[in-house]
Write a protein that binds this ligand. Structure first.
Ligand code: 5AD
Ligand code: SF4
Length: 424
């Protein structure tokens, strides 16, 4: 979400005549687009901000703006605490970037923006074949650990006509993969439902793959499962954050489902779409999590066998309801539980990857890494990265090509393959 917000700010600034430079040393304007989902992200920002202070001393004309969730949270406190920051702009106020940079009086833009879903902004995309598309903004769920509903505000869905015409425009420019973005795409509520939107995107000529993030398990419907199954271009992958294997903890987290409901939904998905990959998010060491609750999460990992997970230790976010719950755990306990979760999942991911050895997989070739332009890689429909040996074909291959590759090596977090067929 933040990466795409940055692409929008770049789009607006490009329209104003700004050009992007590689380093802050060469810049007239530096915008920090910040994340506050966990403490680590916040710390990273504050240490970057400390570093820029010296630059501002040497280059007094340098303008510094703070955008994103920390900007929203701290508002004018940032200007008080960090006098060398010039502007502050929350995630709902990206459209203000142009005006705010021109104003020495109104240096803060953090108001609620009810028009966010109806405002079309220029986008300067970083990738030439894969694109992020907002289908909705913000979140209404108030999971008890999460700062997002406080920093990003209320959920608002974009009209389907705007989404579809943006994607058609991208297809005409040569984009082949789109990822539909929302904090909880399953509660997309506009003129049509999310499954209907997927079906409409599936029909757009030129688009070859459709992905979406993130799905909240409580809102995952049978219609959505059927749409993923039936839409040819919709990738057979769903990111479905479980967070904990303990129903007691899920309730404290305000997730609004029990562990058994989650398993029931996973079984349904796998029955309808046997080859689907399911990935998840897990939080270790939530307040009041006992050894038994933690064991239930470990058991869930063994029972469900996700293709991959993102796991985090619980991070206290001031202002959320979990921050003041009793039973906050020591960091050492949270970290040792997190490590166990990661170890268990590593083995499962490796085993799942090994099962793909010798199979044929379709990958979509990605833009080569600037640091290593000789190496190419792509993702399977199920979102697994495959590095390929080029077989002398590299001159004819380009990002966005679909290739059939044979998997010859399975690592824990990636696969190696050789091209058998394609571009298709
Ligand atoms: N502490 C740890 N992890 C968190 N997440 C969100 N808030 C917190 C927090 N306070 C995780 C959740 C969510 C993912 C995007 O980040 O697992 O699904
Ligand atoms: Fe945060 Fe829950 Fe909303 Fe996800 S669904 S953004 S975890 S409040």
């Amino acid at each position: 979400m933040n990466v795409h917000d940055s692409e929008k700010m770049s789009g607006i600034l490009k329209g104003e005549g700004y050009i992007e430079v590689d380093s802050a040393q060469d810049a007239d304007l530096v915008i920090f687009n910040t994340c506050s989902i966990r403490q680590k992200a916040e710390q990273k920002f504050y240490s970057e901000l400390g570093r820029i202070k010296e630059l501002k001393k040497r280059k007094p004309g340098l303008t510094i703006a703070v955008a994103g969730c920390i900007a929203q949270q701290e508002g004018k406190n940032i200007l008080k605490r960090v006098p060398y920051v010039d502007h502050v702009m929350g995630p709902q106020n990206i459209h203000m970037v142009r005006d705010i940079l021109k104003s020495n009086i109104n240096r803060i833009a953090i108001d609620d923006n009810p028009l966010i879903a109806d405002t079309e902004l220029p986008v300067e995309r970083k990738d030439e074949v894969r694109a992020w598309i907002n289908i909705m903004y913000e979140c209404n769920n108030f999971c008890s650990y999460c700062i997002v509903p406080y920093t990003r505000g209320r959920e608002r869905s974009r009209p389907s006509s705007a989404i579809l015409s943006e994607i058609k425009g991208l297809a005409e420019k040569g984009y082949v993969e789109v990822t539909l973005l929302g904090q909880n795409v399953n509660s997309y509520a506009s003129d049509i439902s999310f499954p209907q939107l997927l079906k409409a995107v599936d029909k757009i000529e030129g688009i070859r793959r459709v992905r979406f993030v993130t799905s909240h398990p409580k809102d995952l419907s049978d219609d959505l499962i059927a749409a993923i199954r039936d839409c040819e271009k919709v990738c057979k992958h769903i990111h479905l954050p479980l967070q904990s294997g303990s129903t007691k903890i899920l309730s404290l987290m305000n997730r609004k489902y029990e562990y058994n409901d989650y398993v029931h939904k996973v079984n349904k998905i796998r029955k309808e779409i046997p080859k689907i990959a399911i990935t998840s998010d897990i939080i270790a060491g939530f307040p009041d999590e006992t050894v038994e609750d933690h064991r239930l999460t470990i058991k869930a990992l063994h029972d469900i066998e996700f293709d991959g997970i993102f796991a985090f230790h619980y991070s206290v976010r001031v202002g959320t309801s979990a921050a003041t719950m009793l039973g906050q755990l020591e960091d050492s306990i949270k970290l040792s539980r997190l490590n166990e979760i990661l170890e268990v999942q590593n083995d499962i991911s490796e085993r799942k990857n090994k099962a793909l050895l010798n199979t044929l997989q379709e990958i979509l070739l990605e833009t080569p890494n600037e640091k290593d332009p000789q190496k190419m890689s792509g993702r399977t429909q199920t979102n697994k990265t495959v590095s390929i040996s080029l077989n002398g074909k590299h001159r004819t291959l380009k990002p966005g090509d679909l290739l059939n590759v044979r998997i010859i090596k399975a690592n824990r977090h990636s696969l190696d393959g050789i091209i058998e067929e394609g571009p298709n």
